[in-house]
Design a protein around this ligand. Sequence first.
Ligand code: ATP
Ligand code: MG
Length: 688
Amino acid sequence: MVAAYLEKLNEQQRLAVEHGVGLPADKAGGPLLIIAGAGSGKTNTLAHRVAHLIVNGADPRRILLMTFSRRAASEMSRRVERICKQVLASNAAIMTDALVWAGTFHGIGARLLRIYAEQIGLNVDFTIHDRADSADLMNLVRHELGLSKTETRFPTKGTCLSIYSRTVNSETPLSEVLRNRYPWVSEWEQQLKQLFTGYVEAKQAQNILDYDDLLLYWAQMVGDPELAEDIGNRFDHILVDEYQDTNRLQSSVLMAMKPGGRGLTVVGDDAQSIYSFRAATVRNILDFPKAFSPAADVITLDRNYRSTQTILAAANGVIDLARERFTKNLWTNRPSGERPRLLTVKDDNDQASYIVEQVLANRETGMMLKQQAVLFRSSSHSGPLEVELTRRNIPYVKFGGLKFLDSAHVKDILAVLRFAQNPLDRVAGFRLLQMLPGIGPQTAGRILDTIAADPEPLVSLAEVPPPPKTGEDWAHFVELLAGLRQSGSQWPLEIAEARAWYEPHLDRIHEDAETRKSDLLQLEQIASGYPSRERFLTELTLDPPDATSDQAGMPLLDEDYLILSTIHSAKGQEWRSVFMLNVVDGCIPSDLGTGTTEDIEEERRLLYVAMTRAKDSLTLVMPQRFFTGGQHAQGDRHIYASRTRFIPATLLQFFETATWPAVSAAASERSARQIRIDVAARMKTMWK
Ligand code: ATP
Ligand code: MG
């Protein structure tokens, strides 16, 4: 008898799920690539495959599942658990997601590095810098080298970090990266080399890893044949979702861990590759069969289960115009619904009003807010909409924008914990020391130098003479850190200690101390869900919670809320109703890109990703103009916009075109002109 969960799958999906399961050991599970279009059930199939492996006796602790975000990982773990529970009713308890190694490449890298730290000469107390901290460290080094003073046009810390990151992730020489991507800073090549050398040394001296290091060290680690074998042998099965968005380092790590590809399953869609700005390369997925030739099996899925026929037709139309040919031809059995709407509105305020009205109207018909999403190319596009949502008291969660961790007070408290974990971390140290009244950057720098010279930095901290004007505060500070350093096992009590110490400073530094205090309470609650300080810091840094409309930082899980998301963060997800903001040239394709053909093509794929998120209803909104208020001496200025070039006239047949409010565009333009004329007439009467 076939298990019920297999019966729901189509033939191709089932082949992928059962691939190599139940064969003799030497034949089992050769490398498998599932390459298929949006909504064809790739992620679903991968989850079924994990469950099927476990049901057939695979040890869940020896399965590694890598996804694009931690959210995606836990969603998948839940699905796996659900399927397994149906089958293994009596053994359900073994199926907690703590057993399968599920997470992002970076998260898994961090876990492995902690385990193998000693063997690769890494201090196990290393702390991880997020992008903002990395940029701050880059800045510190830049100052030390005097590059920011003498060279006034030197690239910003953020640009420096992007160049550095692209260079290491793509394993490309700096000069080539500059020539291809940053031609306007080529003149600084020598100084950049010096800066990057300094940055790398600073990280080592301070026992810090940045995001890129998690992959770099991992790659380095599996470059050693013995370690590679040891780490590879921890896992019988490695499965990767969204493989089209991995970079060369990530694929080389996989190859080193599973040289013959046995037990390796990767899944993705070349038409959805949207991360080349982070050095992801679609070659990874396209070259997979060659890399494991002739062992690799390739399965394609072509039935879309997500969208109505009409939505799918429009999305297919957009991707068909791509320069590259994606061979998949998606079809669906779902009835054709309404055609996607291409809606013209006057400006971005009208865009916000329209969406709010429509979202509420949908809710009236029984569609929860959670089943609706508003997508945008850039996080900055949602400003007017957020204002309108807040004004109308509609709760929302925004993905891919401001993070909970970006607020100063949360960073402050984390700096306390990070410094206790790793007193060599200068970015944390600077932040922390300067919270004390009487300590400026110079004194802080001196203190950090003194303790860094000591093998027991926090012991020597106690011996630093109290800096002038710090009074009682210094003694409290030293006491706090000594306590934190010793109480490693008392997690999460430590975070309460840190908070108690910080709150008086908070009152002094910030006016709205009360709301900030409630955030910190919330942080404490989040912290209690983690087994240790180290895990808490690592996971929070790698995948910080998103900001929500109630400013409390955490999604209001049990309540209903609207989803706002950048397209990049919407990857892999689906909603009944999807709205997309600013579907105009300049926003998509973004005029902030370099404008090369490759960049434009990636923007086209982004639009495709956005459109294929919708199940039942899709609305693309096009404001005719934007206001750039206040930035110009002459006052407000508006920019006129036109429909994105990715939807040329030949594709209009796939859409329902409309204007909101329901007057013709010509009429609304006429009335605007009328008002201007009236004003002009009135002015004239005033001069008389
Ligand atoms: P994306 O490319 O956007 O990541 P995907 O290929 O990973 O999409 P899934 O998210 O796995 O697609 O599936 C899309 C939708 O189709 C989900 O709602 C899923 O439950 C449904 N689905 C997948 N396979 C089947 C099936 N055999 N029968 C019914 N529904 C299915
Ligand atoms: Mg998917």
